[in-house]
Design a protein around this ligand. Structure first.
Ligand SMILES: [Zn+2]
Length: 347
């Protein structure tokens, strides 16, 4: 079969689409005929290399994907050939104190398929049953592939960790990106007033179309100043920040007294300066979140499959153009998810 792969870390030119041996199907694994995969910022970090990330090379990336079940291992009970399935990439051990408490994304051995182990951006993939969800037949492959990682991340962050309530005001930064567009919709669904930031009139219009009540062009004005104006100097109850260094200070400045800063990523860098006085004097909470539990994944995906939440597709490319797909994400063009499909399936 063919698979996206890289033999070493570096720029997009390390990525190739080339033949590798077909996967072997373990006892608890499902063999999938992959129809679509989706990219995340994580794919860019994995390609570039991260401290402590020691991969077997060549590495096959891909933490989001969907396809049809071809074959199941003898211990698989939930799936059969012909089922439509999507990957949910978080792997937990099942018996540490956090797993036993039902907090799988806190697992002491937590890792992510496609980041720490081979992913699914390939023609075939063998995946543990526990890392698959059933997809209703009416859902298209691109949507099924693009939803799981960002929607589970945004759901746990806002609903479970952030406890967003009706009547609160939520600021979502980078509303046109994968996590951002999920966060706008989830905050709106939770009954909050949503302020969204983005960098162009088209992206702002899109943010409004999916539920933002107010929008701020962060390239035209400082978003913390805009939030002060929009809220009568009060600030917002919750900020969703997956951007990190570039926005951290203004995110803290945007919060009302007692506000919560939710963080699930740092695409612009991990070491922002923090004015600690602002945190204690205003009694702010900084709340981290990553991925989700299987129950949270089921909850949010049921709302994707029934159309409550919309998965924006920025572009669909053949897997052989994965390098170009990384560039689209890096340069923040367009809104929503970048999808890749096996070249043999690309029309
Ligand atoms: Zn565990």
């Amino acid at each position: 079969m063919k698979a996206v792969q890289f033999a070493g870390h570096g720029d997009t030119d390390v990525i190739s689409y080339a033949a590798v041996p077909d996967p072997e199907v373990g006892r608890d694994e499902v063999l999938i005929d992959v129809k679509a995969g989706a990219l995340n910022h994580l794919d860019l970090w994995t390609r570039r290399g991260l401290p402590g990330l020691d991969l077997d090379m060549p590495h096959v990336p891909g933490s989001d994907g969907a396809g049809e079940v071809l074959e199941v291992g003898p211990d698989v009970t939930r799936f059969e050939p012909g089922d439509h399935v999507a990957l949910t990439a978080g792997v937990s051990c099942g018996d540490c104190e956090y797993c036993r408490a039902g907090e799988e994304s806190l697992c002491t051995d937590f890792h992510i398929i496609g980041e720490h182990t081979d992913g699914v951006h390939s023609e075939l993939a063998a995946v543990p049953e526990d890392n698959l969800v059933l997809v209703p037949d009416h859902v298209d492959w691109e949507t099924a592939a693009a939803a799981p990682l960002v929607f589970q991340t945004a759901w746990r962050m806002l609903v479970t960790r952030g406890q967003v309530r009706p009547g609160e005001t939520v600021l979502v930064l980078g509303a046109s990106g994968g996590v951002g567009h999920a966060a706008v919709q989830i905050a709106s669904h939770a009954g909050a007033t949503v302020i969204a930031t983005a960098s162009s009139p088209e992206k702002l219009e899109y943010a409004e179309a999916i539920g933002a009540d107010h929008t701020v062009d962060y390239e035209a004005e400082n978003f913390a100043d805009a939030v002060r104006d929009l809220t009568g100097k009060r600030g917002v109850d919750v900020v969703v920040d997956h951007i990190g260094a570039a926005t951290w200070g203004d995110s803290l400045r945007s919060l009302a007294k007692g506000g919560r800063l939710l963080t699930c990523g740092a695409t612009t860098g991990p070491n922002p300066e923090t004015d600690v006085r602002r945190i204690f004097w205003n009694q702010l909470s900084v709340i981290g979140s990553t991925m989700a539990t299987p129950g949270e994944v089921d909850d949010v995906l049921s709302l994707v499959w029934d159309g409550t939440f919309e998965v924006a597709l920025r572009d669909v490319l053949p897997m052989s153009e994965t390098g170009a797909a990384h560039d689209l994400i890096e340069h923040r063009e367009g809104f929503g998810k970048v999808v890749v499909v096996p070249d043999s399936e690309y029309v």
